[in-house]
Design a protein around this ligand. Structure first.
Ligand SMILES: Cc1cc2nc3c(=O)[nH]c(=O)nc-3n(C[C@H](O)[C@H](O)[C@H](O)COP(=O)(O)O)c2cc1C
Length: 160
C-alpha cells in the first residue's frame, strides 16, 4: 500500500470537511494549507474586481504566502490535494504549496469543491508547476459526499 497524505486549502470550510473525511476514511494524516494572511469575507468577494482574491486570481504569477510547509513530504508517495474552485481553477495559494515542496516522483490527486464548476484546468496547471510528478485528472465532490464514496474513489490511487 502506498503512503498517502491529504493536503488541503479551504477558505469557508466546505473543502476542509471533505478533506478530513477523506483522511479519516483512509486512516492517513491531513495537512491544512494555512494562508500567512487569512482570507476575510471581503477578500473572498468575487463580485468585487479589487478584492484580494480577484487581484490574486487575475495574476497567474501570484503566490500568496503560506504559514507552514509539510516537513516530511519525502515520506509520502501519494498526495491528495484539495481546494475550492476559484475562477474555474485552483486558488493561487495551491500554486504556492506545489512550488514550495519537492513533489518529484509523487502521484498528485487533486480534488475540489465548487459552486457548480468543474475542476477545469486545475490538474493541468498543477502538472506544469510540478513537472516531475504525475498529476491525476482529479474530481469535484458535492458537499453531501459520504466517507465511503471518498474512500472508494481514493483507494485506487493507493494501489497504483
Ligand atoms: C473567490 C472565489 C471564486 C470562486 N469561483 C468559483 C468558480 O469559478 N466556480 C464555482 O463553481 N465556484 C466558485 N466559487 C465557489 C467555491 O468554489 C465554493 O463555494 C467552494 O465549495 C468553497 O470551498 P471552501 O469552503 O473550502 O473554501 C468561488 C468562491 C470564491 C470565494
Amino acid at each position: 500500500m502506498k503512503r498517502a497524505l491529504v493536503v488541503y486549502f479551504s477558505a469557508t470550510g466546505v473543502t476542509k470537511r471533505i478533506a478530513n473525511m477523506l483522511a479519516i476514511s483512509l486512516g492517513v494524516k491531513s495537512f491544512e494549507i494555512v494562508p500567512h494572511e487569512i482570507y476575510t469575507n471581503a477578500d473572498l468577494d468575487w463580485t468585487n474586481d479589487n478584492s484580494r482574491s480577484s487581484i490574486e486570481m487575475k495574476d497567474k504569477s501570484s503566490r500568496p504566502k503560506i504559514e507552514s510547509r509539510v516537513r516530511d513530504i519525502e515520506k509520502y508517495d501519494v498526495i491528495f490535494i484539495g481546494f475550492p474552485i476559484w475562477w474555474y481553477r485552483e486558488p493561487s495559494i495551491i500554486d504556492t504549496f506545489v512550488e514550495s515542496h519537492n513533489l518529484e516522483n509523487k502521484l498528485i490527486v487533486p480534488f475540489a469543491t465548487s459552486g457548480g464548476s468543474g475542476i477545469g484546468e486545475a490538474p493541468k496547471n498543477i502538472q506544469v508547476l510540478a513537472p516531475k510528478s504525475k498529476v491525476e485528472r482529479g474530481k469535484i465532490f458535492e458537499s453531501g459526499v459520504t466517507a465511503e464514496e471518498l474512500r472508494k474513489w481514493a483507494e485506487k490511487y493507493l494501489k497504483k
